[in-house]
Design a protein around this ligand. Structure first.
Ligand code: HEM
Length: 134
């Protein structure tokens, strides 16, 4: 049967970054290692330093054994909400692009306001002459 797991955003997981309350994210899963900090053979400092980010590479670089991987399942509290990683970045890019475009439009109209005014003036004169001929 499929198991439902709780989803956490990276922002939420990142708040647990102390020696009393420590969550790490490894391979898309969230682990609450608070109770394991003092027992971790690699030290508590490496675990605290690994909070607030994807610690998969650091975990793999340490060359953890099979028994370490089995043990870590005990601390798994849920999964990472992958969509939470992309949204803030997309929003920032879009907001910057939007303000860039509107800035350019304002600058353009300030500099070249003569162009639409001239077009309107010429059309008015041409229209006036055309109507008078009739
Ligand atoms: C739930 C998460 C974790 C568990 C259960 C865990 C468990 C263990 C265990 C049992 C060892 C002893 C060696 C072995 O059996 O492989 C170990 C060593 C080590 N761990 Fe972790 N670990 C976790 C996360 C991490 C993370 C995120 C990092 C790095 C950011 C890390 C860094 C290290 C290092 C550097 C050692 C080597 C210590 C040495 O040999 O001197 N561990 N870990």
């Amino acid at each position: 049967m499929a198991k439902l797991s709780k989803l956490y955003t990276m922002q939420e997981a990142a708040q647990h970054n102390t020696s009393e309350d420590c969550w790490v994210v490894i391979d898309g899963k969230v682990y609450d290692v608070s109770s394991y900090l003092n027992e971790h053979p690699g030290g508590d400092d490496v675990l605290i330093a690994a909070t607030g980010k994807d610690a998969t590479d650091e975990f793999e670089d340490a060359g953890h054994s099979k028994s370490a991987r089995e043990l870590m399942e005990k601390f798994c509290i849920g999964e990472l909400d992958e969509s939470s990683l992309a949204i803030p970045e997309l929003e920032i890019v879009r907001a910057e692009q939007a303000s860039d475009i509107s800035k350019k439009i304002v600058e353009f109209t300030q500099r070249y306001w003569v162009v639409p005014v001239a077009v309107a003036g010429i059309s008015a004169v041409v229209g006036f002459l055309y109507l008078r001929k009739k």
